[in-house]
Design a protein around this ligand. Sequence first.
Ligand code: HEM
Length: 537
Amino acid sequence: QQPTPLSPTGAPSADPPTASAQQGAYLTTATGVRIGDSDHSLKAGPRGPTLLSDHHLREKIMHFDHERIPERVVHARGAGAHGVFRSNGAASKVSRAAVFADGEETRVFVRFSTVLGSRGSADTVRDTRGFATKFYTREGNWDLVGNNIPVFFIQDGIKFPDVIHAGKPHPDREIPQAQSAHDTFWDFVSLHTEAQHHAIWNMSDRGIPRSYRMMEGFGVHTFRLVDAEGGTTLVKFHWKPRLGVHSLTWEEAQLAGGVDPDFHRRDLYDAIESGAFPEWDLGIQAFPDTPDQMFEGIDLLDATKLVPEELAPVQVIGTLTLNGNPTNFFAETEQVAFHTGHLVPGIDGTDDPLLAARNFSYLDTQLTRLAGPNFNQIPINRPHAPVNDNHRDGYHQHAVHGGVAPYKPNTLDAGCPFFAGAEEGAFVDVPVEVQGSKVRENPASYDDHFSQARLFWKSMSPVEQQHIVHAYTFELGKCYEQAVKERQLLALANIDAGLCSQVARGLGLPAPERSVQYDEPEPSPALSQVGGTWPTD
Ligand code: HEM
């Protein structure tokens, strides 16, 4: 389960990592000097002043004082596990990535999380859940940084700070958290109505999962797979839990959260510890890579839209088994650094503007969170493939680089004067044609903000609809501002008149008329399969 250690040259070595000390027969200082007494500071007599010359005291306190690193700006609360991904070979037809070769086994680290709460917040809150997977493939690391909801709040990553500011605690009171930063959250989603689809998933039972082991995961964005001949296919990734999808009721969530705020973290740890290893099938929805990147009228670059599974079935390409708990929460779960730009040959991104912003954001935030540019040398982040990157120096540099010429090609260091053969097995950027004027605009296909939220509402069973009505009524009932409630009711009217009138009744407000017209997709029984099996199945 342990990551590959770093050799002095920066390349992973084959040796297992040295178990970190702290269990030896005697204590030492950080520089290896044996300590006889770690319980008494050095004083001028038993009742006298403590002496500045006590280096052990100063070192011990100094290190303790700096134990905390900044928590993640989002997804701060999480739980991780080690595991293995076994490919069934189905995706090797559309991708040359080694991770998809038939029978290939790849070690992984997965981190589940809530989005808005701080590191010490409760697991059971109504929120989106993160589902991030680092695949240590033999061609380098591939990170699939997804959520348990298949769509996102916004279409363009430039709004990410705004939607998160709206959901985080109010700047003056520092209350409340999760989806219930009420006035600001509902102010945002009622003004930026593209967020209504994600919000209705949050208000459904999907917002309060029973267990991390019983959640789906979604890559959300459309990715591009590249086969051995350079042919491309657009795909969306889905994780399907073998245990099925299950949720808590609101009342259960309140009780569980009160009795045990670590409910999900404990559940994951205990299941793995007892040998009940959770499993997920990884699947893809595949679409032709057409120039317009549309499928059945759905813009594949719009992260607020999903593609119903009845239009593009999910094809299973492998199975994930989580079979190892972290040895050390800080070293693994806290220091793991996922990145949407961590791609391997055969898996590429698309021009989804949300994805573009993420590709900037994760590197940028980790530079601060993990103090400097060398966080890929932290054991949990090290690839299980050779590293030869020509990066030098920087905070927390652990490699002792040799050679005099950290550039290629060069004629000074032995071994690699030219790039001979480098292209074999290399990541190749897909030569996608790009044209257009530089504008700050969305395509017209991004304008429909309600039809898929309506599709979701219509696909719910009556009891699930009741849960959604209660959730909206409770959450909106916490708003102080009448105008915010009224604007959100208007958004609900644009989703469904019945939904709107029930919530309005609960709030004691009049139900507004629908103000937006759009083409309504025909609901069908199969649409209850959007996103997989439901709690009531
Ligand atoms: C963290 C998912 C959009 C910025 C995370 C994590 C997940 C995630 C799962 C936690 C990773 C972990 O466990 O360490 C998603 C999904 C998105 C999305 C599925 C949309 C499809 C965005 C956008 C931005 C962003 C648009 C910024 C423009 C961040 C940042 C972190 C984070 C800064 C903290 C990373 C760290 O400290 O290591 N996201 N996110 N995310 N996300 Fe996103």
